[in-house]
Structures are given as C-alpha cells and as structure tokens.
Design a protein around this ligand. Structure first.
Ligand code: FO1
Length: 310
C-alpha cells in the first residue's frame, strides 16, 4: 500500500515512525511543512524536515521531539558568550546538518535534492519531500504585532493570541518534485496529528497541493492533534479556539473542508463523534496519545485501517 502523508514536525514525526512500522517505509512519502524554516547565524534551518529525518533515522531526541538525541551545546555556548544569536537552540550534532544543507543550497541545489541526499546518508528509506522548493514563510498576526513563525513560537513561546496566520511566498510556490506524483499514486493520503494552522496550513497553501487533495481519488484520513480538547504540546488548542471558534474534534474537521474523509479522534473526544459525522467526515475513535513505540504503532494502524473498516 502506497501512502502519502502531509506532516509538520514533532507530533507528525512521531506518527510517521508508527506508520513506517506498519507499512513498508519505502512505500511512504512524507510531504513536509517548510513554513517554519528560518535562517539562524547564517544557516538554513528546516525544523520540520529535520524532525522527520531524525525521527525516521532513529537519531532524534524523543522527549523534546526536535533536534538530535545525545546532543551537546558547546557551539551554542560559545555563540552566547560572544553575544551572538542564541534564542533558537542549535545543538552541536544538529549544527553539522545545517552546515551541510546551507552549503548545498548556496551551491544551487534545491531543498528537495538536499533533503534526499541527507535522507540517503541517514539510511531513511521513506521519501521525505519539502512541500515546496520555493521559500514559503509562516507569519502570525497577533494582538501584539506580527511575528515570523519561530519568533512567535520559540522566542515569544506562542503567548500572543493569533488573529491571523499568513503565508509569504505561496503565490510563486510550486509543489516540490515528487509531491503531486506521490499524492496521485497513493492508495491513501494521511494528514498527521500536526497543528492544522501552522503545520498543515502552509502545505495546503501551495495551491496545487490543495487542488490535488480536493481532487483526490483515494481517501484522506486526518488524525486530530487534540486529546480531550487539549493539544498534547503547543498552541493548537488556543488557535482552534480563537480562529475556528472551539476546541472539539468537529472544529478540527472544519479546518479541512472538503479535504478529508475520515478524522481519527481520541477516546476522550468521543462526545464530538456525532458532530464530526454531521460535518460529513467519518470519525474513528481510538487512543491517540503516542507515549511509546506501541502506542505510535497502534495509532498508525487505526489511521491506516480506517478506510478498510468503513
Ligand atoms: N523549539 C523550541 O521550542 N526551542 C528551540 O530552541 C528550538 C530549536 C530548534 C532547532 C532545530 C530544530 O530542528 C528545531 C528546533 N525547535 C526548537 C523546534 C521547532 O521550533 C518547532 O518544534 C517546529 O518548528 C514546530 O514544528
């Protein structure tokens, strides 16, 4: 079974690890958000691509969900002591990857080619694609001003209430090579339990990707990032409340109008199942917390089997 999965970083990367335990990793294509990408200390950093690569290579920090396991922070310590930019924490091991990517991009390689090279070296069999090779950047208009994604998310700890999410660069953005092919050839399209606004939103803001999803011939199954009306981590619940008018599973379904057939929701959100059905989306209720390898795998099984069970 061929699977294409739209994903962000931390939660999406965890879910992907479960997916490749259930289906052949080589039959999976991850289409990854690049709206969070940034330049730090002159380096091109793609946090979500890296979280996915590190998770699939088994070298990511499982607890943090981003960066490398067994990380050290000597370079960052030096940067800080020299008065350099240290709010976005790049570990020593992680830095090595950013140096290689930055250099390759400077030499003119597209992000998708650089990512493919990194994946191959890391032994990742799954195809990992940036949603686009063009520069797309997420901006948040908040009650306290407009901020780039990482400035809002990391430096300001996503404390500012968001009025609007904007994506810069989407007009010129084409899907990266392989993205549309993967969506067309897939037997199933998945949307990871990532933030619908800032992780999946920038992917769907690439017009031809949204169009391909709207015109899909195969089912699309999304996994809700909520458990009991709360996000496991991050600002998803606060954003749903403010931008979608509520924090139930039906509000998650409404983030994907006409784009999904099934929504996998947590047992704690079961009360919303009928409302999800009424919104034209079939709910599948299961345990969605990914606390270890077994729970990651069983969530992946629930999502992958959701259609067969229809
Ligand atoms: N998240 C943080 O909360 N603080 C950081 O200093 C930080 C550094 C960082 C470095 C490399 C990387 O790949 C990810 C990093 N993240 C950090 C995570 C990242 O900001 C977000 O989790 C994603 O962009 C959201 O998916």
């Amino acid at each position: 079974m061929k699977v294409a999965i739209l994903t962000g970083g931390v939660g999406g990367a965890r879910f992907l690890r479960g997916v490749v335990e259930v289906v052949d990793p080589a039959a999976v294509t991850a289409i990854v958000n690049v709206g969070d990408d940034l330049e730090v200390l002159g380096l091109s950093v793609s946090p979500d691509l890296d979280s996915v690569l590190y998770a699939l290579a088994g070298i990511g920090d499982e607890e943090r969900g981003w960066g490398r396991a067994d990380e050290t922070w000597n370079a960052l310590g030096t940067v800080e002591s020299l008065g350099g930019e240290s709010w976005f924490r790049l570990g020593d091991r992680d830095l090595g990857l950013h140096l290689v990517r930055t250099n390759a991009l400077k030499e003119g390689a597209p992000l998708s080619a650089v990512t493919a090279r990194l994946a191959a070296v890391l032994g990742v069999e799954t195809t990992v694609l940036p949603a686009t090779d063009e520069q797309v950047r997420t901006w948040l208009d908040t009650t306290n001003g407009s901020f780039s994604f990482q400035e809002w998310f990391v430096a300001r700890r996503h404390r500012d209430p968001v009025d609007r999410v904007r994506f810069e660069g989407t007009r010129e953005a084409r899907p990266a090579p392989g993205v549309l092919e993967a969506m067309h050839e897939a037997d199933l399209i998945l949307i990871a339990p990532s933030n619908p606004f800032v992780s999946i939103g920038p992917i769907l803001a690439v017009e031809r990707i949204r169009f391909a999803l709207e015109r899909r011939r195969v089912p699309c199954v999304a996994v809700s990032p909520l458990i009991g009306g709360r996000a496991v981590k991050g600002p998803a619940a606060a954003m749903l409340q403010r931008l979608q008018g509520g924090i139930s599973a039906v509000h998650v379904a409404q983030c994907y109008p006409g784009l999904i057939d099934v929504l996998v929701i947590d047992q704690e959100d079961e009360a919303a199942a009928d409302a999800v059905s009424s919104a034209g989306v079939r709910p599948v209720v299961t345990q969605t917390l990914m606390r270890d390898a077994a729970s990651r795998k069983s969530l992946a099984e629930a999502a992958l089997n959701a259609v067969a069970l229809a």
